[in-house]
Ligand binder design. Structure first.
Ligand SMILES: [Zn+2]
Length: 354
């Protein structure tokens, strides 16, 4: 058969998606079957932390030890040096299982990518959409490095474990999902103004996930498996949207730049999703969107809605906005539409005095 090649058509795309996704009650116990199903090899490195070892990592290690040569690596923080150590351990095994929060999952994600091994994501909290995506954020002295690596080959999200985590983490994850609304508006703006290619599938999936979260904000309650179930599925959908796009664009715009800016100028204040949530209120206002709707949803969920609630003052929020506009300049956002110090100051004053 002759292969037809149409003149002028030269598109091609490589999408990497997770293969097995398990979300639900006590799915932790199914990790050995998942490993077997995926035929990942004979030896495994479990990357976890001191606390998450107690919560779930220890159980995963003991289950896997029955069938696999199992090593454990404790990643207490995320840094280039810690990732280097994890890579050295990863080279001794066939695949990795990351049991923990975002930092532990990102450490295993980068280490597995750099050593050409697969990894399974076992989140112990639903704190951000990195649990299901190919993107990783690594702090360096020069600021946060956003890396595009590989998505997990499988996600095993036990709703019992996730519901037991502090509610603040889950509320932060909800805010990270809601921030997709702002990211998609930025992407569309860049598409219209700069001709940046846009994926309608990815942007639609990302946006409906944000809107689903806003619609269901009333159902977000502390320490309930139903809530963990709803939020985790939304985080997975958000990760899939990024996999379809082949970048973090559907879930990361000006509000994420604001969060990264605060990482630099106010380290230790607020969680990733919390900062993105506050950023989304600001950027939705600039886009002429329903910023009050975003604010009210975040309030219901129990996520911060003001700089004060993030633990920073208004002046720091203004600096954060101005710095945000300089981060990753190739990613065009609403902040590139002429934000000045005066406009940033009056914006923060007006939004938060209402
Ligand atoms: Zn995020």
């Amino acid at each position: 058969m002759q292969v037809l090649r149409n003149k002028g058509f030269d598109k091609s795309k490589w999408m990497q998606l997770p293969r097995d996704v398990l979300v639900g009650h006590d799915v932790l116990g199914q990790i050995p079957q998942v490993c077997e199903d995926l035929s990942l090899g004979e030896s495994v490195l479990v990357v976890t932390g001191k606390r998450t070892l107690e919560v779930a990592g220890g159980r995963v290690v003991s289950m896997l030890s029955d069938s696999y040569t199992t090593r454990t690596f404790l990643a207490e923080e995320i840094s280039p040096a810690m990732i280097g150590k994890a890579e050295a351990e990863a080279r001794e095994v066939d695949f990795l299982v990351a049991v923990g929060g975002g930092k532990i999952i990102d450490t295993a994600k980068v280490a597995s990518f750099n050593t050409d091994r697969q990894f399974i994501s076992v989140p112990t909290a639903a704190s951000h959409d990195g649990i299901a995506s190919a993107s990783a954020s690594v702090p360096t002295p020069e600021g946060n490095l956003s890396l595009q690596t590989q998505p997990p080959v499988a996600i095993v999200a036990d709703t019992g474990v996730i519901a037991s985590a502090p509610h603040r983490l889950l509320a932060s994850g909800c805010a990270d999902i809601i921030s997709n609304e702002s990211a998609v508006l930025d992407w569309e703006l860049s598409h219209r103004l700069k001709g940046e290619p846009i994926s309608e599938y990815a942007s639609t999936l990302s946006r409906i996930t944000a809107q689903f979260m806003m619609r269901n904000a009333d159902l977000v309650k502390p320490n309930r498996e139903e809530t963990a179930w709803m939020v985790t599925k939304a985080l997975v959908a958000s990760g899939v949207a990024m996999s379809i796009a082949g970048s973090s664009r559907p879930a990361s715009g000006a509000e994420h730049k604001f969060s990264h800016a605060l990482d630099r100028i106010a380290p230790g204040k607020g969680l990733h999703g919390e900062k993105c949530g506050v950023g989304t209120i600001i950027t939705l206002f600039l886009h002429g969107g329903d910023w009050r709707g975003i604010r009210d949803s975040l309030r219901k969920i129990g996520a911060p809605t003001t700089p004060t609630e993030l633990g920073i003052d208004d002046a720091t929020a203004v600096e954060g906005l101005l710095l945000a506009a300089t981060i990753r300049p190739e990613r065009f956002t609403i902040l590139d539409m002429g934000l000045s110090r005066e406009s940033a100051e009056s914006l923060i004053r007006m939004l938060y005095k209402e």
